[in-house]
Design a binder for this molecule. Structure first.
Ligand code: NDP
Length: 413
């Protein structure tokens, strides 16, 4: 039986049988009570409840030779299906390859009211400042991380001291902010100027990763279009996105569909990721797509390049049982591995969206899956959901009014 044809219970049982979940983790899922009041109160303020979103997983991901099931949290129908669909086409063509870069988070100490002599003093004492920052979080050095760069950048009225910090497996925002504040304290003892602020940058420039997939034409064909025609049309549409900002934004939104869903499932900071991603897209001065597609050696080659700003430990990742469960399902052992999987998911969602757009159009698959949520919005429950959704798909009239009419007929009213 296909995974998407199984019941919730059957899927959980399968994950236990195949070693992706322990029975304890399965119980956590089945209880549907995944965050305690104490934990909620310790994570954010003014608590009055918890807000749930659907938790599922994408299948058939082969990333750098390793198989993955990828947990995703998303309310939008078809994102998980699209990720799985493309991942299978890519798996059948050899899988994803990723090329992670360094894992450096940049932080800024911003100073004002400095004299030229102050700036020269600070520049001369760069090793002292570097060492102070390095000693601000000694456990990072033990783990193989720590300060990797120190730069002085002059602005009109400001001096920025920029530290590059390898935060190893943590996303690193808190760590970097603590290091910066301790270093700023030292700096204020060296010169008479004022510290305006000390804060990490979410630019993500030190965490840019590339993911690639070469897809056989055979994997792209539809009932009415050959695989090569689909491939060439995908290349054209991806090239159009390089010229049209309006298209590039939507191209990238499709990529973020998958990325954000994995961020949520792993307790990562999706606001940080969104900020990093879109600033990168604008790096050239014109908003650009995160991926490009071309034909190479008789295959369709997709390359995604973007910052992936995340952690596999720390913050809410270590605190949320569901985030821990997601990492366990993916068997994640470090942040670079998670970055690779996330990048692959972004590329998979991109391929599915492009393939749908240049063939049947996005609505054929999207509304087919959206029909279930339309049925629920119209008031359907239990078996009615499937039935209303089926009839909506038959009429292809995806309106709430039509859903309500179908439901009334079904109930004999
Ligand atoms: P933490 O403050 O939890 O720090 C990371 C923790 O992980 C440390 O306690 C560290 O231990 C521990 N750790 C264990 N193993 C490792 C390892 N292998 N590599 C690295 N650290 C390890 O989290 P972050 O500093 O990552 O901060 C992330 C949080 O900050 C997120 O919740 C984010 O939303 C939030 N935030 C984001 C901001 C932004 O993006 N602008 C601003 C402020 C906060 P040890 O101390 O022993 O080294």
């Amino acid at each position: 039986m296909k995974i998407y044809e199984m019941t919730n219970e059957e899927r959980i049982r399968l994950l236990v049988q195949t070693g992706y979940l322990t029975t304890k983790q399965a119980e956590l899922l089945q209880s549907r009570r995944t965050i305690s009041l104490d934990l909620a109160n310790s994570l954010s303020e003014n608590q009055i409840g918890s807000f749930s979103l659907p938790y599922g997983f994408a299948t058939d991901f082969v990333v750098d030779g390793q198989d993955y099931l990828v947990p995703m949290v998303i309310e939008e129908p078809s994102v998980i299906a699209a990720a799985s669909n493309a991942a299978k086409r890519i798996k059948n063509s050899g899988g994803f390859r990723t090329f992670p870069s360094s894992r450096v988070v940049y932080g800024q100490i911003v100073l004002e009211n400095l004299t030229e002599t102050d700036i020269e003093t600070l520049e001369k004492k760069d090793s002292e400042i570097f060492e102070c920052a390095q000693q601000a979080h000694p456990s990072l050095i033990k783990r193989g991380g720590g300060i990797v760069s120190l730069r002085f950048n002059r602005y009109d009225g400001f001096l920025e001291i920029e530290l590059g910090i390898d935060t190893v497996d943590a996303m690193g925002a808190n760590m970097v902010n603590s290091i910066l504040e301790k270093t700023a304290h030292k700096i204020s003892s060296l010169v008479s100027g004022d510290i305006l602020c000390s804060i990490l940058s979410n630019s993500g420039q030190g965490q840019v990763i590339t993911a690639e997939a070469a897809i056989d034409f055979e994997q792209l064909k539809t009932k009415s279009m050959s695989g090569s025609e689909v491939a060439f049309r995908i290349v054209k549409l991806a090239n159009f996105a390089k010229q049209s900002v309006k298209r590039a934004v939507t191209h990238n939104k499709g990529i973020m569909n998958g990325i954000d869903a994995v961020y949520l499932a792993t307790g990562n900071d999706f606001r940080a990721q969104e900020a990093a991603a879109h600033s990168f897209a604008f790096e050239s001065g014109q908003y650009q797509p995160f991926s490009e597609w071309r034909i190479k050696d008789g295959q369709l080659l997709g390359t995604l390049k973007m910052p992936i700003e995340l952690g596999s430990v720390g913050g809410a990742i270590s605190a949320l049982p569901m985030a821990q469960l997601s990492l366990a399902i993916m068997k994640i052992t470090n942040s670079k591995q998670l970055q690779s999987v996330v990048a692959a998911v972004g590329l998979a969602n991109n391929l599915s969206a492009l393939r749908a757009l240049v063939t049947t159009g996005i609505q054929a698959g999207h509304m087919g899956l959206q029909s279930k949520s339309l049925a629920v919005s119209a008031g359907a429950s239990g078996f009615e959901i499937e039935e209303v959704s089926k009839r909506l798909n038959q009429t292809k009239n995806y309106t709430i009014e039509n859903a309500k009419n179908i439901l009334m007929k079904l109930r004999g009213k």
